[in-house]
Design a protein around this ligand. Structure first.
Ligand code: NAP
Length: 198
């Protein structure tokens, strides 16, 4: 049974021109050096408290492979001790007890397995999985962190969608680092009274 209080969020950081990684998968450009004087400072205590509100993570296998590379380079694991579900049809190394693999129907997995168990479900990429999540009407919220950089080409935030998806802008925050965080609610589903097509 689906949990009416559960919320599926898609969150990624992207360049201003809408890419989440270069074509070769590299994300070196995430380290930017801008300074926006009027921006907020990212408070580590706030970030820590916020991360505690996330109940589980979901990601595609290529994003997991990037996380594996980061871990191997000593940059750590970004998902703490939270359950982390990796979508894959392949055999991949399971580097932590919190990692579980899934292959198959994403709607059935989210509605039948994740929503009844978890309240705050974060999809953390990549572009293929985010598009699948949106195409299937599974996302409630989109968090888009735009970095002050253009990279010209790369892996898009979403692979092609087959229809328009109307959004409601719920929050905007600008940070001293020049990053802008946009939070949108996905309109026209799960009891949203706003009309999705207007
Ligand atoms: N900037 C950011 O915030 C950010 C965030 C996340 C990722 N990234 C970057 O984005 C890149 C990866 O994105 P991507 O779009 O190429 O790939 P992705 O979405 O991470 O992974 C796609 C893969 O997941 C597997 N998959 C998806 N749905 C499945 C399902 N229902 N059942 C079984 N397997 C399923 C398939 O691979 P199999 O062949 O394994 O089945 C598919 O090819 C990486 O370079 C990563 O570093 C950036």
């Amino acid at each position: 049974m689906a949990n009416a209080d559960s919320c599926v969020t898609i969150h990624m950081a992207a360049s201003l021109d809408g890419f989440i990684a270069r074509k070769d998968g590299s994300v070196d450009w995430l380290e930017t050096s801008d300074e926006f004087a009027d921006g907020d400072t990212m408070d580590p205590e706030f970030v820590e408290a916020f991360l505690k509100t996330i109940d589980c993570y979901v990601m595609g296998s290529r994003t997991y492979e990037t996380a594996l590379r980061f871990e191997a380079q000593g940059s750590g694991w970004s998902y703490g001790d939270k359950p982390t579900f990796v979508l894959t049809s392949r055999e991949l190394p399971r580097i932590r007890d919190t990692v579980e693999f899934y292959s198959g129907d994403l709607a059935q997995f989210v509605n039948g397995h994740l929503r009844p168990k978890f309240r705050t479900i974060w999809f953390v990429g990549g572009g293929a999985v985010s598009a699948q999540c949106l195409r299937l009407g599974l996302a409630d919220e989109l968090r888009y962190s735009i970095l002050p950089i253009l990279i010209g080409d790369g892996i898009p935030f979403f692979e092609k969608l087959d229809r328009d998806i109307a959004l409601h802008l719920a929050e905007v925050k600008a940070y001293k680092s020049g990053m802008v965080e946009l939070c949108y609610e996905v309109r026209g589903h799960r009891g949203d009274s706003r009309n999705a097509t207007t």
